[in-house]
Design a protein around this ligand. Structure first.
Ligand SMILES: *Cc1c(COP(=O)(O)O)cnc(C)c1O
Length: 351
């Protein structure tokens, strides 16, 4: 990708390029501070806290996220979970029945599902044995209709970061968009790629409040990219995709960085303890290093251990059907008490 010659417009779907976005009542008159009577959106006028439509641009929340994430407001797009953001990206850039995306299994399953939903071909290039990018394989899979390469770092379900130098090579050599899904970045030892948006016009970084921020239930996903990419996504996003209750609780939580940091610290301590405990279990063959809030481990007979843990009251994720993850289980780090329960269950089975 040559920075000077990168042509975003050429990547946007023709119909998206041509369309005029819906303009909501809240888009057309935005001065909420003014002492006005709002009779423009057919809302019920009687106050109950949520009788008004939410801010379609989520200004208050974005202003705060902009500070915490150190990304300018006009380079942020928010969605109903990062799953919605990822879907918007596929729909804005991939022509159904013609374009393709590339994913690197074993990885998060939604990229492939979103491709299928949008009638976009999903080309899978396996990660290497070390769960790193197969650069040769990616190069061979790219053709003139490849619009997006999805990278997940730290990767789910393996837990590792993708090597910086290889990510850089993809960013520099690929003429389409590179989405880096950083759902677990708050647990990781490395910086976010969002701090390098000015170097790469084809870079899109996705994050979420569902994991480290503890808000999976409210559905708030974030997308960081150049102003131009954000403008394209903005055009097709449903105007009120982030509801009022979500905007309020997200803002409250984002303002409370201390609680978030304290919880992350507890989770990281729990991860170390769980990792040590797993290594002492005789049916565990391999514990993969993790930069996330979960641990992938290779066990003897994953299906049996999975069921035995359920019988002891602990539900984990069986990832054995994923390529390179034969006979593996993924353990999410819980509270100290929950971790103790899991460790005791593992000891019970360790006969
Ligand atoms: C959990 C997860 C998500 C989902 O995020 P939401 O914001 O809850 O939709 C996205 N990507 C990866 C890799 C995940 O593990």
């Amino acid at each position: 990708m040559n920075k000077a010659s990168f042509d975003l417009n050429a990547l946007v779907r023709e119909n998206v390029r041509q369309m005029k976005p819906y303009s909501s009542a809240r888009d057309e008159f935005t001065d909420f501070e003014a002492d006005m009577v709002f009779l423009d959106a057919n809302e019920n006028p009687f106050e109950n806290g949520v009788n008004r439509y939410p801010d379609p641009r989520q200004r208050n929340l974005k202003a705060q996220l902009s500070k915490v994430k150190r990304v300018p407001m006009n380079q942020i797009l928010l969605g109903n979970g990062s799953d919605e953001v990822l879907d918007l990206i596929v729909r804005a850039f991939c022509e159904p029945g013609r374009d393709n995306i590339i994913t690197l299994p074993p990885t998060y399953g939604m990229y492939k599902v979103l491709a299928a939903t949008n009638a976009v071909e999903c080309r899978e290039v396996l990660l290497t044995e070390n769960f790193q990018i197969d650069l040769e394989g990616v190069r061979a899979a790219v053709d003139g209709h490849t619009k997006i390469i999805f990278l997940c770092s730290p990767n789910n379900p393996t837990g590792n970061l993708l090597q910086e130098e290889e990510v850089r090579q993809i960013l520099e050599s690929f003429n389409g968009l590179v989405v880096i899904d950083e759902a677990y970045i708050d647990f990781a030892s490395s910086k976010s790629w969002s701090q390098q948006l000015s170097d790469y016009p084809n870079l899109i970084v996705c994050q979420t409040l569902s994991k480290a921020y503890g808000l999976a239930g409210i559905r708030l996903g974030m997308c960081f990219a150049t102003e131009e990419v954000i403008a394209v996504l903005q055009k097709i996003k449903p105007p009120y995709n982030v509801n009022e209750l979500t905007q309020k609780s997200a803002l409250e939580r984002v303002l409370d960085q201390k609680t978030i940091k304290d919880e992350i610290t507890l989770i990281l301590v729990g991860k170390e303890e769980l990792s040590k405990a797993l290594l002492e279990v005789n049916f565990v063959d391999e514990v993969f290093p993790s930069e996330a809030n979960f641990i992938l481990a290779r066990v003897q007979d994953a299906n049996r251990v999975y069921q035995q843990l359920i019988d002891l009251g602990v539900v984990v994720r069986n990832r054995s059907t994923q390529p390179r993850c034969e006979s593996t289980l993924r353990f999410t780090v819980g509270t100290p008490e929950e971790n103790k329960k899991l460790i005791n269950a593992l000891k019970t089975l360790n006969t």
